[in-house]
Design a protein around this ligand. Structure first.
Ligand code: NGS
Length: 395
C-alpha cells in the first residue's frame, strides 16, 4: 500500500496524495512527500526567477560570440576587398565611378624609396582627393603633437604615400599643445576631432601617434563596422601585441561611434592610461574592436628619449578605475559644457598638414568632474598619496 501511495505522490506532484492516502500511509516518511513536493516546486520557481534575472542583466551576446563574428567580418572584409578590386573605371565615360575598395596601387610592404617623394599634388592644409575616381571614404587623420619636428617630417612622407595609394579623400590635422601644461594626448584628440569637423564632413577619423610609421600600404586608413585598432604589431615589441586589450597608437573611429562613446577622457595628464580608458568606453557601449590581419597591421616606431613634458601620469590607474563611472561626464560632452577647457590659439594651413595650436586649461578640465577621487581608497598609504595629490592640484 505504501508503495502505491509513493507512486501516486510522484505522479501528481501535489498535496492531494496526502489527503488521498491519509488512511493508508502509516506515519512514515511517505507522509512528508507532499512537503517535499511543495519544496521542489518552490526550488524550481526560485531557479526560474534567478535565471530570468541573470538573462535580463546580461542579454548581450557573449564576448566570445561577438569576437567570433567580428573576426569573420574582418576576414571577409579583407578577402572580398581583393576579389572586388577589378577596375570599375570605364574608358571614355564622363561619369566617375567609385574608387576601387582595394586599389591596384597597393603593393603591401612600403619601399623606402617612396620616402624621397615630394607631394606637389597635396593642397595646402594637407588635403587630397583622387581625381580619377570618386573616393569611398572621407578621412581626417588627427595627430596629437608636441615638439617632435624630426618625427613629423618622416611621418608626413609615409602617411601621404599610403593615403594616395588607398585613393582616399583625406586631410591631416596636427594638433599641437602649447607649452605650459602637462601633455594631454586624449584631449588633443578630442580637440582634433571637433576642429576637423569644422573643416569638412569627415565620416571617419584616424587618431595617429606621430612616431608610428605604417609598414604596409594595405593597412586601410578607413573605418570599419566597428572601431579599428590598426597598430597591433610594432617593431619595438617584436611585432607582438604587449597585452590583448591594447588600443593605443593608431585607431580608427567612424564619426558616429566616436560621439557615441563620448570621445576620449580629458582628465589624463601625462603619459599612459587614456588609451586603456577609451577601450573601456568602447566595450561599455557594446562595440567590439576590429583588427586587421597580423601581416598587415605592422608599424615601426621612431626612437625617442623620455620627454621632460610627458612624464608618466602617476594617477592613471586610479583614474582608470572610474572610467565607466564618468564616461558620460568627461569627454566631448564636457568640452561642450565648459568651453573654457581649451583655447585654439592658431590654425595654419601648412604645405602637408593643417596645424592647430591649442592651450589646455587643466583646472577647467578637472573642474567639470564630479569629484577628483570618488573611489574610497582601501589602503592608508594610498589615502595619504591621494591627499597630497589633491592638495597639490588645488594650488
Ligand atoms: C600601457 C599604457 C598605455 C600605453 C601602452 C603601450 O602600459 O597607455 O602601455 O605604451 N597603460 C598604462 O600605463 C595604464 S608604449 O610602450 O607603446 O608607449 O599605450
Amino acid at each position: 500500500m505504501a508503495e502505491r501511495c509513493t507512486y501516486k505522490m510522484f505522479v501528481s506532484w501535489s498535496i492531494y496524495p496526502r489527503i488521498l492516502c491519509r488512511s493508508t500511509c502509516k506515519g512514515s516518511l511517505t507522509s512528508w512527500y507532499p512537503v517535499f513536493g511543495a519544496l521542489i516546486l518552490v526550488l524550481l520557481l526560485v531557479l526560474q526567477l534567478s535565471m530570468s534575472v541573470l538573462l535580463k542583466t546580461d542579454d548581450r551576446p557573449t564576448d566570445n560570440y561577438v569576437q567570433h563574428v567580428v573576426r569573420k567580418l574582418t576576414e571577409l572584409e579583407y578577402a572580398n576587398l581583393e576579389a572586388k578590386s577589378v577596375s570599375s573605371n570605364r574608358a571614355g565615360s564622363n561619369i566617375i565611378d567609385l574608387c576601387d575598395a582595394f586599389p591596384h596601387a597597393l603593393e603591401g610592404k612600403i619601399e623606402p624609396l617612396s620616402l624621397l617623394k615630394t607631394f606637389p599634388e597635396v593642397r595646402p592644409g594637407g588635403f587630397w582627393r583622387p581625381t580619377d575616381c570618386e573616393p569611398r571614404h572621407t578621412v581626417a587623420i588627427v595627430v596629437p603633437y608636441r615638439d617632435r619636428l624630426e618625427h613629423l617630417e618622416i611621418f608626413l612622407k609615409y602617411i601621404h604615400t599610403i593615403l594616395f595609394r588607398q585613393k582616399l579623400e583625406y586631410r591631416i590635422f596636427i594638433v599641437e599643445q602649447a607649452t605650459g601644461c602637462t601633455f594631454n594626448r586624449g584631449m588633443l584628440m578630442n580637440i582634433g576631432f571637433l576642429e576637423a569637423m569644422k573643416h569638412g564632413n569627415f565620416s571617419c577619423i584616424v587618431f595617429h601617434d606621430v612616431d608610428l610609421l605604417p609598414e604596409m600600404d594595405d593597412n586601410l586608413y578607413s573605418c570599419s563596422v566597428t572601431p579599428k585598432h590598426m597598430s597591433v604589431n610594432i617593431d619595438k615589441f617584436d611585432y607582438r601585441i604587449p597585452y590583448d586589450s591594447l588600443f593605443g597608437g593608431v585607431v580608427a573611429f567612424s564619426k558616429d561611434h566616436f560621439k557615441f562613446i563620448n570621445g576620449f577622457a580629458n582628465r589624463y595628464f601625462g603619459w599612459g592610461g587614456e588609451d586603456d580608458d577609451i577601450k573601456r568606453r568602447v566595450d561599455n557601449r557594446g562595440l567590439t574592436v576590429i583588427r586587421p590581419p597580423d601581416s598587415v597591421a605592422r608599424y615601426s616606431m621612431l626612437k625617442h628619449g623620455a620627454e621632460a613634458g610627458n612624464k608618466a601620469n602617476p594617477i592613471r590607474y586610479f583614474e582608470m578605475k572610474r572610467a565607466l563611472e564618468v564616461q558620460n561626464v568627461d569627454g566631448l560632452s564636457s568640452m561642450a559644457f565648459n568651453p573654457n577647457m581649451y583655447k585654439v590659439l592658431d590654425t595654419k594651413l601648412m604645405d602637408l598638414y593643417t596645424k592647430i595650436t591649442v592651450e589646455i586649461h587643466k583646472i577647467e578640465v578637472l573642474k567639470v568632474l564630479p569629484t577628483l577621487f570618488p573611489i574610497r581608497p582601501r589602503h592608508p598609504w594610498i589615502s595619504s598619496k591621494f591627499r597630497k595629490f589633491i592638495a597639490k592640484e588645488k594650488t
